[in-house]
Design a binder for this molecule. Structure first.
Ligand code: HEC
Ligand code: HEC
Length: 279
């Protein structure tokens, strides 16, 4: 109600003055035809890999052009605005106009770029998620450290909702380059107690007086800092950083497919972009 009032009072007069806000209002009906549609996203990905990946990175991670998955260049932009940027380019920058492409290709590109900033769950990551499940609990031993719906270890983050909490890019990074960004609340630490015991694990809560530490076997320690000789925050996560050396590309793809399918609340079909069945 309050929101409605605000929009009545402010948004319309502002939109009339400010062309950037006007963009929010005008919605191209092509959004319904292309956005969130698997076949158009796939076609857009092909075009993207030829025309755009050189500047925006193979997965939209950025380079000469900005990151299109995380950050202001794509997130929270309406597809209509993304379409316009691709068509007209960004004057005064390196972003060229693609207005010479047929309209359907422009929309396919828009569908792909928009998909980059949707949760991984919606993106139909290729791979065999059943095989990935077996790997997760078996050969790859992810479950030693990660819990899904109450089953597994506690050293790493609970992955029960990983498909909805992460973009594809974040998920790939989380699995393949875990030291690039250590998940908040999972800082790797080693402490030595005054009685000479060494405990290694992740620091959950840490004040000047106390620390909650989950050790590498998943046990919780409530420590008082006055009983500690030494606290060392480590540079590298406990999450194995060499998966690509130990497992095949297929195995990694399968485990990514499995993790991307994890959602606590499966989005309803009316939620934007979610148009596939769960398994
Ligand atoms: C030569 C390098 C280059 C190429 C090729 C390129 N871009 Fe860009 N792109 C950029 C740069 C640089 C920006 C940042 C522009 C700015 O300053 O806002 C950008 C911005 C964007 C934006 C955000 C625009 C906005 O409104 O903020 C989108 C979306 C985008 N590019 C999509 C694409 C797509 C899709 C393709 C391929 C069809 C592509 N780009 C090809 C360099 C490039
Ligand atoms: C030895 C323990 C351990 C094992 C084994 C392990 N992880 Fe992790 N993982 C962690 C820890 C600790 C973190 C949090 C710190 C970080 O960001 O690396 C983490 C982070 C992650 C993240 C990022 C989660 C987020 O919310 O940011 C993902 C995804 C992930 N792991 C998936 C996997 C998968 C898939 C496997 C099996 C191939 C695996 N992990 C094996 C300990 C482990």
């Amino acid at each position: 109600m309050r929101l409605l009032l605000y929009s009545l009072l402010f948004a319309l007069p502002l939109a009339a003055q400010n062309p950037a806000l006007m963009d929010e209002v005008v919605r191209d009906p092509n959004e319904d035809v292309y956005i969130g549609k698997k076949e158009h996203i796939a076609a857009g990905e092909q075009l993207y890999s030829v025309a755009c990946s050189g500047c925006h990175g193979p997965e939209g991670e950025g380079g000469r052009g900005p990151n299109l998955a995380i950050g202001p260049a794509a997130q929270n932009k309406r597809p209509t605005q993304i379409h316009r940027s691709i068509k007209n380019g960004v004057p005064g920058s390196d972003m060229p106009p693609y207005g010479s492409l047929p309209e359907d290709q422009l929309w396919q590109l828009t569908a792909f770029v928009s998909s980059l900033s949707r949760p991984a769950y919606e993106m139909d990551i290729p791979g065999d998620s059943k095989a990935g499940q077996a790997l997760f609990y078996g050969k790859m031993a992810c479950s030693n450290c990660h819990m899904i719906r109450g089953r597994g270890g506690a050293l790493g983050p609970d992955l029960s909702n990983a498909g909805l909490q992460n973009y594809v890019l974040q998920l790939r990074e989380g699995v393949l380059e875990p030291n690039k960004r250590i998940t908040p609340g999972f800082d790797p630490v080693r402490v030595i107690t005054k009685s000479g015991d060494t405990i290694e694990g992740v620091a959950k809560n840490h004040t000047n007086y106390s620390m909650q530490l989950i050790d590498r076997h998943g046990n919780l320690h409530l420590l008082e800092t006055r009983n500690l000789q030494e606290i060392v925050f480590l540079k590298n996560t406990w999450m194995p950083a060499n998966l690509t050396e130990r497992f095949s590309a297929d195995e990694i793809q399968n485990v990514l497919a499995f993790v991307s399918r994890q959602a606590i609340r499966v989005p309803s079909p009316d939620d934007a972009g979610a148009e596939k069945e769960s398994n």
